[in-house]
Design a protein around this ligand. Structure first.
Ligand SMILES: Cc1ncc(COP(=O)(O)O)c(C=O)c1O
Length: 433
């Protein structure tokens, strides 16, 4: 945990009553936040380039989102599947406009894990099959079902075996880690998948492929287009449903509404969360009316999912985000150029990858061996934190900078952050052990 200097009475109280299993990135005693900036009890401000773990894509407390939620608070806070209410229908109508073609009916839930689990339940019910093929390095949540699909790190699974049955994990192409070209990594992954379908589970037992179009927690690996296209093609041939977990990649994070927008291969079912309501606890999943509309009444449900306040916030998020997407593309270009320039000067940077404003910068001990360097990451993270910038990591080795500024970040703020990372890398490379 990154520590703020000086007394921090909230930390001692926190430690007494909050279970340590829930790990916090910093001990900032935050009292308010606006846009990029989080303010603590002493008035010190930090730029939040973690976005509350890829959630506040519009920046903290976006005024339109807060206003929409506030209006809804006065009218109706809860329905719990007892009566209909307009904001949730309006949010679904808006989702239909922005989700990939073919996705036209939705249901709401509370968290990413729930949306993923519901997506998989839907795939099972719809196909009448029980098998799920997930991909190594994927992160889908921490509930017992979703952790069974999560393989971004074995530590998420430690202590919880046995996992759910009939979950099969196939390789996801990680060209940099495997020291291969993208083409070779795709070929190797697909070869293993085909062998799995021949030796381990027959295609007619497989309900769905569950895949993140850009692996998030697993290290910010975009799926090569050819990989998703082949999954799409096998799915079509074998009656398997293709489920995209867009919990982290959705809502402008890749500078499009969804990562799906970058790829020809579109999903049958999409799970969404995180940025959907910019901090209000909401998630959703969608499919074609043919698939999700045939799910028998009562086969799934929720008490809080689609809460009116959260749904009102989601509508406002979509309105506020639309004009920001072109700007996000410009920012992305600037960030990638900035990191490429840093990579020319810093041998610690092994790889820069990602889509839009979902950028992974992998730090290594040297470029020959590509050994992950978590210490370098910690050093840089501390360096920038001391200068009021929050960044977090991803990847199983804790060595990838997860660079996810909010879409409202200004060019100057972006350059400032890149400058701090540059300085952090310099001081790491010039250290005397
Ligand atoms: C791709 C993906 N799926 C699912 C989840 C789980 O979401 P939640 O923590 O809201 O349950 C996450 C969270 O990080 C995620 O990144």
């Amino acid at each position: 945990m990154l520590s703020v200097p000086g007394d921090n009475p909230l930390l001692s109280r926190h430690r007494e009553v909050i279970a340590p299993v829930i790990s916090f990135n910093t001990d900032i005693p935050a009292v308010s936040a606006e846009g990029l900036w989080v303010t603590d009890v002493d008035g010190r401000r930090w730029a939040d380039f973690a976005c509350g773990t890829a959630v506040t894509n519009l920046g903290h407390n976006h005024p339109d989102v807060v206003a929409a939620a506030r209006r809804q608070l006065d009218d109706l806070v809860h329905s719990g599947m007892i009566f209909l209410y307009e904001p949730v229908v309006a949010a679904a109508e808006r989702l239909r406009e922005i989700t990939p073609p073919g996705i036209d009916m939705f249901a709401f839930a509370n968290s990413g894990a729930e949306a993923v689990e519901a997506s998989v339940k839907l795939a099972k019910h719809s196909t009448g099959r029980q098998g799920v093929i997930a991909f190594r390095g994927g992160f889908h949540g921490r509930t017992m079902g979703s952790v069974s699909y999560t393989t971004s790190s074995s530590r998420y699974r430690d202590g919880y075996h046995p996992m759910l049955g009939s979950v099969f994990v196939a390789p996801f192409p990680h060209p940099y880690r495997w020291g291969m070209t993208t083409e070779a990594a795709v070929e190797a992954s697909l070869r293993e998948l085909r062998l799995m379908l021949k030796h381990v589970v027959s295609p007619h037992n497989v309900a769905c492929f569950l895949v993140e179009p850009v692996q998030g927690e697993g290290g910010y690996y975009p799926a090569p287009p050819a990989f998703l296209e082949e999954l799409r093609s096998i799915a079509d041939d074998e009656g398997i449903l293709l489920v995209y977990d867009e919990v982290q990649t959705g809502f402008g994070r890749t500078a499009e509404w969804f990562a799906s927008d970058h790829f020809r291969a579109k999903p049958d079912i999409i799970a969404m969360g995180k940025g959907i309501a910019n901090g209000f606890p909401l998630s959703a999943y969608g499919a074609s009316q043919e698939v999700i509309g045939a799910w028998p009444v009562g086969s799934h449900g929720t008490t809080y999912g689609g809460n009116p306040v959260c749904a009102a916030a989601a509508g406002a998020v979509i309105d506020a985000m639309e004009p920001l997407l072109p700007r996000a593309r410009d920012l992305s270009k600037r960030a990638f150029e900035g990191f490429s320039e840093l990579a020319e000067r810093h041998q610690t940077i092994g790889d820069v990858r990602g889509l839009g404003l979902m950028i992974g910068v992998e730090l290594v001990t040297d470029r020959e061996t590509r050994l992950p360097d978590a210490k370098a990451f910690k050093h840089v993270q501390n360096h920038v934190f001391e200068r009021e910038l929050i960044i977090i990591e991803c990847g199983p080795d804790g060595n990838v900078i997860r660079f996810i500024p909010p879409l409202i970040t200004g060019e100057e703020e972006l350059d400032w952050a890149l400058g701090l990372i540059d300085d952090g890398l310099t001081s790491w490379e010039q250290r005397e052990d």
